[in-house]
Design a binder for this molecule. Structure first.
Ligand SMILES: Cc1ncc(C[n+]2csc(CCOP(=O)(O)OP(=O)(O)O)c2C)c(N)n1
Ligand SMILES: CC(=O)[C@@H](O)[C@H](O)COP(=O)(O)O
Ligand SMILES: [Mg+2]
Length: 630
């Protein structure tokens, strides 16, 4: 069928399973082809083709609420709800979002991007439904990885207690981004082999029936044996004990099994957990064979071969630079322990893990736990390196405040994907960390201008033993600058003058330094002498340099690829005010007070006016003000 002609899922109602098989094949072919050009989360989506089709055939979206945890696997849902014609713009500026988006469709009843929220949201919807005495199904789809998230476990606890009608679909493909981890993963593993248990139980019951009735003692012992076998093998009891009716495991690519169990689940009172086994990347060999997470989220690729078309990395990708520098330091410093909340591949920790398997911990999608494990390690004079994306660090705010900063523990936090990340959009932009870190007492926050300064900052952080220290760095490649042979330390709180000037000063750090330098060169041609400062420590500020600049009434423009509200520019304003420079001329450039959608980083920077042209205009205005006052 022509997927582009689909307007809504109702067409599914009249299709036979054979027709649904054909549809699944067409959807797979469509995804493989479209994503070869756009990139995206191909693996997760190929794994949920039949499941999504079955759900949309079985339920009446949007009256029945289908929620997609993380939401990276919602492309099939988007195709079935009339958006196939938008896939050429997937994850592009003003194009189709890679996650559920209410503004795109009424079928997107819950927006995701961060993991493990679907069950809690579903509970809210179920409570509302019952209070309004509505009749509808609430059906969150959560992956085995997302189920390791603390919020999901909090939700299971509450849902099981309240006994509201809900059908939780556990999409179990044994993978998070990398192979899934944790005791819960092991529980699911036993479930996946539950078929064997079913055989054992049947055999056991047949055997028990042969035992002559020699009084209840033997029979009751055997009964207890059967129950212990049940607990030993069928950890579906894990969910049953929490108050769910556990169904499964079933084949998530088999329509007969899907429809039989979904229809059965609809009749059950109270919360149901339907355990569905799927294969991530199903139907595309390179993705099916992926065992490390390469095909979880990709750039464009050559369909025929599965070769990625991304540009050759000319400079060490930032994550690899940081993790490999930590690895080098770990050879000399046995205190170093690396912790990642389910992002070993994205944080490029494979090398560290292979060399120091006993000092590398992937804790699952559990950022709060990761942060406090790091804190616990620091209390024992270890040097924990918490590798975590800026956006996911948001999950661990209370742990940052109480467990790390308040106790002033020596935790080194590598904040990856700091700044705009681009295609992942609103839920993943790493633009809030400065605002939620710089107001924490004892916290040091820094950002290098290039990968050479980056390696020295990692060394500085590892050797820093006066409390928590954060180094933030961007997604992607470095600038390709020469790397010093030996590692140095950088004095905490010191900025670096990159270009002298007397008419105005630009204070910035990290990725916006090249733009600042280019602007200063353009301004020179207009007769302005502009100083450019690498304000590489966001906290503590280089107060001596600030006093020097403010003392001569130098107009200042701060630039940061982070939110203005509470950001670096705010810190400079506060400093000027608090130190009596009430006439200081300070302007700030950064992320405005709204969420930044998906698109290329350059398109987004242009949209918010973080451009060379705008810097030149701002400095003109600042310098003219100074001239008028003079
Ligand atoms: C809070 C949070 N932490 C980490 C991530 C990064 N992340 C995106 S998908 C994913 C794995 C999800 O695994 P699973 O739920 O099993 O879905 P699958 O990709 O296997 O379909 C992770 C860790 C995230 N989106 N949100
Ligand atoms: C859906 C999700 O949260 C991850 O897959 C994320 O998209 C990874 O981001 P990077 O591509 O920057 O590693
Ligand atoms: Mg999974």
């Amino acid at each position: 069928m022509d997927l582009l002609s689909i307007k809504d899922p109702t067409f599914l109602k009249g299709l036979s399973n054979e027709q649904l098989e054909e549809l699944a094949q067409e959807v797979r072919n469509f995804l493989i082809e479209k994503l070869s050009a756009t990139g995206g989360h191909i693996g997760p989506n190929l794994g949920v083709v039949e499941l999504t089709i079955a759900l949309h055939k079985s339920f009446d979206s949007p009256t029945d609420k289908l929620l997609w945890d993380v939401g990276h696997q919602s492309y099939v849902h988007k195709i079935l709800t009339g958006r196939a014609d938008q896939f050429d713009s997937l994850r592009q500026y003003k194009g189709l979002c890679g996650f559920p988006k209410m503004i795109e469709s009424p079928h997107d009843v819950w927006e995701t991007g961060h993991s493990s929220t679907s069950l809690s949201a579903a509970m809210g919807m179920a409570i509302a439904r019952d209070l309004k005495k509505e009749k509808s199904h609430v059906v969150p789809v959560i992956g085995d990885g997302a189920l390791t998230g603390g919020m999901a476990l909090e939700a299971l606890n509450h849902i099981g207690h309240e006994q509201k009608n809900m059908i939780v679909i556990l999409n179990d493909n044994e993978m998070s981004i990398a192979p899934n981890v944790g005791a819960l993963h092991n529980v699911l593993g036993r479930l996946r082999t539950a078929g064997k248990y079913q055989w054992v139980k049947d055999e056991l019951e047949a055997f028990l029936k042969k035992i002559p009735a020699v009084g209840g003692k033997i029979a009751s012992t055997a009964e207890r044996l059967k129950d212990s076998l049940k607990y030993l093998f069928v950890s579906g009891m894990f969910f049953e004990e929490l108050g769910f009716t556990y169904l499964g495991p079933i084949d998530g690519h088999n329509y007969d099994e899907l429809f039989e169990n979904i229809n059965y689940a609809k009749k059950i009172e109270g919360p149901v957990l339907l355990h569905v086994i799927t294969k991530k990347g199903k139907g595309y060999e390179p993705a099916e064979k992926d065992t490390v997470g390469t095909w979880h989220g990709t750039g464009p690729y050559k369909m025929e071969t599965g070769d990625f078309l991304k540009p050759v990395i000319t400079a060490p990708a930032w994550s690899k630079l940081v993790s490999e520098t930590v690895r080098e330091l770990a050879r000399e410093d046995e205190r170093i322990v690396a912790i990642t909340p389910a992002m070993p591949v994205g944080s490029k920790l494979e090398g560290f893990a292979s060399e120091f398997p006993e000092r590398m911990y992937d804790v699952g999608i559990a950022e709060q736990h990761a942060a406090t494990v790091a804190a616990g390690l620091a209390t024992q004079n270890m040097k924990p390196f918490l590798a975590i994306y800026s956006t996911f660090l948001q999950r661990a705010y209370d742990q940052l405040v109480h467990d790390i900063a308040r106790q002033n523990l020596n935790v080194f936090i590598g904040v990856d994907r700091a700044g705009l990340v681009g295609a992942d959009g609103e839920t993943h932009q790493g633009v809030f960390d400065i605002a939620f870190l710089r107001h924490l007492p004892n916290m040091v926050v820094m950002m290098p201008k290039d990968e050479n300064e980056g390696q020295h900052m990692v060394n500085t952080a590892v050797k820093y033993d006066d409390g928590p220290i954060v180094m933030r760095f961007p997604r992607g490649n470095g600038l390709g600058v020469p790397m010093d042979e030996s590692l140095k330390t950088i004095p905490i709180g010191t900025w670096e003058v990159l270009k002298e000037g007397r008419d105005a000063a630009i204070l910035t750090f990290g990725t916006t330094i090249p733009m600042a330098m280019e602007s200063a060169m353009l301004l020179e041609k207009q007769g302005y002498s502009v100083k450019v400062v690498n304000a590489r420590f966001i906290k503590p500020l280089d107060e001596a340099m600030l006093v020097e600049l403010l003392g001569v009434n130098m107009p200042i423009l701060t630039i940061e690829e982070a939110v203005l509200q509470g950001g670096f520019g705010s810190a400079v304003l506060e400093f000027a005010h608090d130190h009596g420079f009430h006439h200081a001329k300070i302007d700030r450039m950064g992320i405005p007070d709204h969420f930044i959608e998906h698109g290329s980083v350059n398109e987004l920077l242009k949209e918010i006016g973080m451009t060379t042209e705008n810097v030149v205009e701002r400095i003109n205005l600042l310098a003219e003000k100074k001239q008028k006052r003079a």
